[in-house]
Design a protein around this ligand. Structure first.
Ligand SMILES: Cc1cc2nc3c(=O)[nH]c(=O)nc-3n(C[C@H](O)[C@H](O)[C@H](O)COP(=O)(O)O)c2cc1C
Length: 207
């Protein structure tokens, strides 16, 4: 559990602009998991941002107030959960555009959790694999735990909740694990690091 000195901040960046987005609903649940760990949380809803399309020139792009706000929130977060719908076998363009404004300055060494939703039965694995590559390119730590929610329209109720308790727990765990590993990364005390590491979830592939 995070103490005052090592307070963890977890932000979630939503790659869907759709009203009643399932991606946003999943991210809210993941952030609940982060708060259960003791983190403070923030959902970054790109509908509230007037981001320009990235024109490939970093310094002039930085002049937009909303770009600066996005960069400030991303930098302040110890962990960032990226949420995306699967769009044509990849992650959404709106998320890619937002990520293109982030640099090593905001992302290097940051814990990244991944959540994807899809309309189809195959899930959002291709979207998340693409985001994993983006995280690597930005020198972030992309956590192995991830969740894709297939046929999302069948999974969420009108309040954005998931009735499948196992799936709900796995979504929540993306948030709590992002907070836990951010804490480990931030924590200077080796003994505490090792104790928390040793209580990490059992490898599901282990005997
Ligand atoms: C442009 C576009 C492309 C899509 N491509 C796929 C796809 O390749 N595979 C799939 O399963 N669903 C696809 N979908 C469906 C979305 O993944 C699905 O509607 C999802 O719930 C949208 O996320 P949201 O509720 O957060 O907006 C696509 C939807 C759109 C708008």
């Amino acid at each position: 559990m995070a103490d005052q000195e090592n307070q963890i901040q977890v932000a979630a960046l939503c790659g869907s602009l759709r009203e009643n987005s399932f991606t946003a609903a999943a991210l809210r649940i993941a952030l609940e998991g982060a708060r259960q760990f003791g983190a403070t949380t923030e959902l970054i809803d790109l509908r509230d941002y007037n981001l320009p399309l990235h024109a490939g020139v970093t310094s002039s792009d930085d002049s937009s107030g909303d770009v600066r706000k996005l960069k400030r929130l991303a930098k302040a977060a110890d962990a960032l959960i990226l949420g995306t719908p699967e769009y044509h076998g990849s992650f959404s363009g709106v998320l890619k555009n937002a990520l293109d404004f982030l640099t090593f300055d905001e992302m290097e060494g940051k814990m990244i959790g991944l959540i994807g939703v899809s309309g189809g039965a195959m899930g959002a694995f291709d979207a998340l694999n693409g985001l994993r590559s983006v995280g690597r390119a930005l020198h972030a730590w992309v956590l192995p735990q991830q969740v894709t929610i297939a046929e999302a329209y069948k999974v969420f109720d009108g309040e954005g909740r998931i009735s499948d308790r196992d799936l709900e727990r796995r979504v929540r765990t993306v948030g709590s694990e992002a907070a836990r590993f951010a804490h480990l990364h931030k924590c200077g005390r080796l003994r505490e690091f090792l104790q928390i590491w040793e209580t990490a979830p059992v490898n599901p592939g282990g005997g």
